[in-house]
Design a binder for this molecule. Structure first.
Ligand code: GDP
Ligand code: PGA
Ligand code: MN
Ligand code: MN
Length: 613
């Protein structure tokens, strides 16, 4: 038996509530040893992982990790929100009663960390000193060392965060136990994995995975699911799957901040790390604040304020290259300490590769292993087309490595939000951008965000589905109350942000090519939105919002076929009338949806009927 008190004393972990929590779960999981970690331990832990073979070296002091082949994405089906209040049950949150969920997980975790070390990770999901700090502290217990290294990159990690808490009992209790991965029946009716946020106990219990999205509990379970619940419970804030960026117009000296909700693997990281297109000269400067989560509240000045609770980037590797995302390439360069997960790896050259890193895979396949660890050279002709890297392979890097990180990304005051945009992978119907000035219609637009699901979640790739505000996998309580909470928070702002819907993914109906070049060029759509908000351009009114005219959108240096441009800057009224019927069915599922949302729906539907005449 480990002497818990002695370990915690030596680590200087004084918070009595944390000590009690650690002692309890050490006893349940049966871990052989306990270790309290801080960010300063990173180097030593990396060395230990290299020696243990959990991490493999990538040239330039970077690292490679491979997760179990059935454990490569978030499992939405196995993820639940548990509370003691059945009224928290929603359409998407897989609600379960708290008591039985805690009991089930305690049994699964019992003795499951035998022979392993349990790492204690005290963390803060906020810049220190933030007005929302009371909701940001947590302690993750994990039996996986690579999870510690990822957490050190993704969150602010250190004992002081937890010792210095004003209310010593106010922290999220997060427990991660990996389990015996080859014997968990992943994807079968007897699937043993269970990922629970016990929201009204501020407790997170995840069993059966070591993949980032399931195992980095500060990030998704706390930063999104738990915070979603806390935001509503306190009536103080919103926690959303949002990117957060700043755009400075050097000519006018004005700076704007934009948050954007796009479903996983739909372009948040790329947009937030992007740089303005070269063709626009150096007039605009885009700054990175966050790529996956933002917490938003109403400031004393009547504006909506936001910060990114994370400290790092967990980005999709696929198609990351010098042209698509030079910022990301810089953030993961030699010397960055980046960790790559489930990409292809060459142990001889200590190199990594993923689809889209270069146009073609390395010509000389000597030494190259695919993401499962199988030699490329041994592939049969039938296997030749299989990707080398997993489509959801990722890189992890701290924000300090991001070249366009805003100077004030650590500022606890946050930044004022000028625009809230929603978007996703939509192959038809959605134009490049449509601006929405009415708050209820903006919230309605978020609630009816419909897009193709991606490989970031197991088993849903390509499926068209609604994903309210891109929060479908992280929704913590009922959608009706969620909509009301949104109206309540944004409605309190005397200077509310403008809303917009964007789509970088419209395709040609015949040959399927993307109609818009995307990536860095996306900034052009945002610049139009900010001009529209400032009253500098008028756009064209449509039934579903205001879209840019071709003259207003800055297309300098782009050579788009007129036909493609016409399509992304117009509204297909018939297709939209059909969409309205789908939306009606979608919204009807939600109990207690505020009347303002139904009224917004009717206004849009009526406008479309008028447009059809
Ligand atoms: P996130 O998961 O929402 O942060 O999305 P990422 O920014 O990581 O992008 C996910 C995938 O979409 C990557 O493979 C990107 O290369 C791709 N992607 C991102 N932005 C664009 C875009 O504007 N156009 C196209 N065609 N693909 C994009
Ligand atoms: P993503 O982040 O949104 O960048 O994919 C991880 C996730 O949501 O699983
Ligand atoms: Mn995400
Ligand atoms: Mn991302």
């Amino acid at each position: 038996m480990v002497d818990v008190d002695q370990v915690l004393d030596e680590a200087g972990l004084k918070n009595p509530h944390v000590r009690e929590f650690v002692a309890y779960w050490a006893q349940v999981t049966g871990a052989d040893a306990i270790e309290v970690v801080s960010a300063e331990d990173d180097e030593r832990l990396l060395q230990e992982s290299l020696e243990a073979g959990e991490l493999l070296p990538v040239s330039g002091g970077r690292y490679y990790s491979r997760s179990y082949f059935k454990d490569t994405a978030r499992s939405e089906e196995r993820t639940v929100v548990a509370t003691s209040k059945e009224s928290d049950k929603g359409v998407y949150n897989n609600w379960k009663p708290a008591e039985e969920t805690v009991a089930t997980l305690t049994e699964r975790m019992r003795g499951a960390s035998k022979g392993k070390t349990m790492y204690v990770i005290p963390y803060l999901m906020a810049p220190q000193g933030s007005p929302l700090e009371a909701y940001a502290a947590g302690v993750e217990l994990t039996d996986s060392r690579p999870v510690v290294q990822q957490m050190i990159r993704m969150a602010r990690v250190g004992v002081d965060y937890i010792n210095e808490l004003k209310d010593q009992s106010s922290f999220v209790r997060a427990v991660h136990v990996t389990g015996d991965l080859p014997n968990l029946g992943q994807g079968t009716p007897d699937d043993q994995r269970l990922f629970a946020t016990v929201a009204d106990q501020r407790t997170i219990l995840h069993f059966g995975s070591s993949y980032g999205g399931n195992a980095l509990l500060g990030k998704i379970a706390h930063g999104l699911r738990q915070a979603c619940y806390d935001g509503k419970d306190s009536e103080v804030f919103l926690a959303e799957q949002f990117l957060l960026l700043g755009i400075t117009d050097k000519q006018t000296g004005k700076k704007f901040h934009v948050v954007g909700g796009f479903p996983s693997a739909s372009g948040k990281t790329n947009l937030s790390m992007t740089l303005a297109p070269d063709a626009l000269g150096d007039r605009y400067y885009v700054e990175f604040y966050g790529d996956d989560i933002a917490w938003l509240w109403v400031g004393d000045d009547g504006r909506i304020w936001a910060f990114n609770p994370e400290n790092g980037v967990f980005g999709v590797a696929k198609d990351t290259n010098e042209a698509s995302n030079p910022g990301a390439v810089e953030a993961i360069k030699p010397g960055s300490g980046a960790i790559f997960t489930n990409v292809a790896y060459n142990p001889e050259t200590q190199d990594v590769w993923w689809e889209g890193k270069t146009k073609n895979p390395p010509e000389d396949v000597t030494g190259w292993l695919d993401w499962k660890g199988n030699p490329i050279a041994d592939r049969t002709p039938e296997q030749a087309d299989e990707p080398w890297a997993h489509p959801n392979s990722r890189f992890t890097a701290p924000i300090s490595m991001v070249p366009n990180a805003a100077e004030d990304y650590n500022n606890p005051a946050g930044v004022p939000v000028d625009a809230i945009i929603f978007g996703g992978r939509t192959r038809d119907r959605e134009p490049l951008i449509r601006a929405i000035t009415d708050i209820a219609e903006g919230v309605y637009d978020g609630l009816t965000l419909g897009a193709e699901a991606t490989f970031a979640a197991e088993g849903v790739d390509g499926q068209l589905r609604y994903d309210p505000m891109s929060m479908r996998p992280f929704m913590a309580y009922s959608e009706g109350e969620y909509a009301a909470h949104w109206l309540h928070i944004i409605g309190r702002a005397s200077q509310p942000p403008i809303f917009a819907h964007v789509n970088w993914f419209q395709r040609d109906p015949e040959d399927g090519h993307f109609l818009w070049p995307g990536y860095r060029e996306n900034v052009r759509a945002l610049l139009w939105l900010l001009q529209f908000k400032a009253g500098e351009v008028k756009g064209q009114e449509t039934a579903v919002g205001v879209i840019p005219t071709q003259d207003e959108l800055n297309l300098d240096g782009l050579d788009l076929p007129q036909e493609d441009l016409d399509r992304i800057l117009s509204i297909d009224v018939e297709r939209w009338r059909q969409e309205i019927e789908f939306r009606e069915e979608h919204l009807k599922q939600f109990d207690g949806l505020p009347e303002e949302i139904w009224a917004a729906h009717r206004r849009v539907a009526e406008a479309l009927e008028r447009a059809a005449q």
